[in-house]
Design a protein around this ligand. Sequence first.
Ligand SMILES: Cc1cc2nc3c(=O)[nH]c(=O)nc-3n(C[C@H](O)[C@H](O)[C@H](O)COP(=O)(O)OP(=O)(O)OC[C@H]3O[C@@H](n4cnc5c(N)ncnc54)[C@H](O)[C@@H]3O)c2cc1C
Ligand code: FES
Length: 267
Amino acid sequence: MTCCSIAKIVDNEQIRNGCYTMKLEVPSIAGGCTPGQFVLLRGLVAGWPYLRRPFSIYSSDGETKVDIVYKVVGRATSIMSGMDAGEEFDVVGPLGNGFTPDETCTHAVAVAGGIGIPPLAFFCQKYVDLYEHTTLVLGAATREELLVPVGLVVQGVKMATYTEDGSKGCRGTALDGLAGVIGETALEKDAVQVIACGPREMLSEVAHLCRERGVACQVSVEEIMACGIGACLSCAVPASAGGYLHACKDGPVFDSSEIDWERWLET
Ligand SMILES: Cc1cc2nc3c(=O)[nH]c(=O)nc-3n(C[C@H](O)[C@H](O)[C@H](O)COP(=O)(O)OP(=O)(O)OC[C@H]3O[C@@H](n4cnc5c(N)ncnc54)[C@H](O)[C@@H]3O)c2cc1C
Ligand code: FES
């Protein structure tokens, strides 16, 4: 159930320059969240911008605590980076629809670009036992751009890292990594489920590749949000059925066939 409550910082640790993991004590959310859902945070500190800010849930202990992973890009995230244990947020969540695991598939391939890793890492942690093979493909332009949380080694999950300049892992993009996995000749297309989160252009390419190969694909879109409850239309995503979907209310996770990618890329 979605609710508004207070989240207290337990820990706020820098992973590397500009990227942090934050552990929050918030039992009303920790007890009932699923991978792909997000929270809206407003720091109870001076200078916070007018609106709450959305962050995917990276992990939950299922009882009292949730973790997020964030990158400093502007005012709110900069304020967050300076907050200490004991300081508080007013928080709304868990919001949105999470990923739906498909137990009929033997392979799950999670494809993350940019700041898309947190919800996919949560998916891998929670559902690894459902699949015979789970692969987490991480892509970024350079080693410095990789948002890899400290300790992100999920038992049973194969990690495949791609950087465009080859500074970490294989040279290439997350799409190259995905093509490699779903291109394996022995793999039946019905045996694979792809989930993805990252920039719009990357998601479009992932959706396109999956459609070509006949592989099921769910994407989590990180559109800029204001209200978070379907009232302001700032997170509109063109729907393949016509009209618009709202990332905050109808998503952020969609079956990739629900999105009109051509129209979305034009906006
Ligand atoms: C459902 C959802 C889940 C998210 N999960 C995470 C997460 O797990 N970790 C994380 O680091 N970030 C995540 N984001 C993005 C995060 O909400 C923004 O980075 C944050 O709101 C920026 O706030 P700010 O005040 O620091 O920056 P602002 O001053 O608001 O923005 C700074 C710059 O970032 C751009 N920006 C702001 N929001 C977004 C966005 N959603 N997508 C792309 N660019 C944006 C702005 O256009 C601007 O150029 C998520 C967004 C959504 C919608
Ligand atoms: S953020 Fe307002 S409608 Fe989605």
